[in-house]
Ligand binder design. Sequence first.
Ligand code: CS2
Ligand code: MN
Length: 391
Amino acid sequence: MRVWMTQAMRWFGASDPVSLREIRQSGATDVVSALHDQPNGAVWPAETIAAYRDRIEAAGLKWRVVESVPVHDDIKTGNGDSARYLEAYCQTLTNLAASGIDVVTYNFMPVLDWTRTDLAWELPDGAKALRFEHEMAAAYDCFILKRPGAEADYAPDLLDKAARRRAAMDDDACMALEATIIAGLPGSEEGFTRDAFRAALARYGELGPEALRANLIAFLKVVAPHAESLGIRLVVHPDDPPFPLFGLPRVVSTEADVAYLFDRVPSAANGLCFCSGSFGARADNDLPGMVERLGHRIGFLHLRSVQREGGGTFHEAPHLEGDAEMARIVAAVHDLQVREGRSIPMRPDHGHQMLDDLTKRTLPGYSLLGRMRGLAELRGLERGIAHARAN
Ligand code: CS2
Ligand code: MN
């Protein structure tokens, strides 16, 4: 049976420097997108969704996967107006289903979405990669943001290195690091100023991982049955990076975290966005094994590879290099698709800034050419595996 991954590219809408026409020329058949201008917590209007879908279809592409419908902080903290925001979330799903959407991505990271400390880390070939350097995150946390109690969260040798890094930075470098961490990467729900970031961290106060996990289960218990009735699969994007940062808890970082969610909320609509780059920043996540064991709930794939550098530091490698063992992952995906007779939507998650994109305005991680290289490599890898399996 010939089932291949559905090839998609993320598109950020009218403000995206990459056009739908370019996405189509990359060979992708689908676009992954969201109504990025809707405020977090608002109901996405059915007519706006339909008009957005029509615009994508007019370019010869399909829109079946939303990334993301953000989960309001009141739901994550379990405070304030969580009942109202849960109702709004369900209404947005109803409106998305009416336009033919069948996969909706979300994440449950408090305050910050994905985090990097360097958005233009130069590789030996002159292309630029995203990098997360743990000691720079610690330098920001302890010596620039000066979060109360931060120093107790880091091992003494990491703290030492962080202090030295801070001492080597002038004011401009401190401000640039701060902007990289808190100003908001593409797809993030919001960006912060230093005061707003402090206030957002304070909202979480003493909320630990158990309470955050309970709030995630409570969210799923309401939203997953509704999604199921609409024929939508909700897929959770893992934490990136997959460990606690800035004193905030993280609860979607490992296979055990995900297995627990599936166990507590058995609905088939409670699914996973398997992001090999996010999970892959931890050496104890067995990526191909996770595809095998969690596969029945995987509704969406983010394929990329990180190169771990030790101590929580990593950079984004070419899609088939780095630590991810991409050939084994794609082989497991191929077998899963054949077993279940379904094509799973996939996008090359991030790419290097390279070639002509080095001199253009691009969104960090989301320039065209690096992602196109990734998509081409992943497409070829899957076809090679499919042919090898067939013979
Ligand atoms: C990031 C995020 O790793 C990623 O895919 O680019 O924007 C991610 O898509 C969101 O956290 C998902 O909700
Ligand atoms: Mn991802």
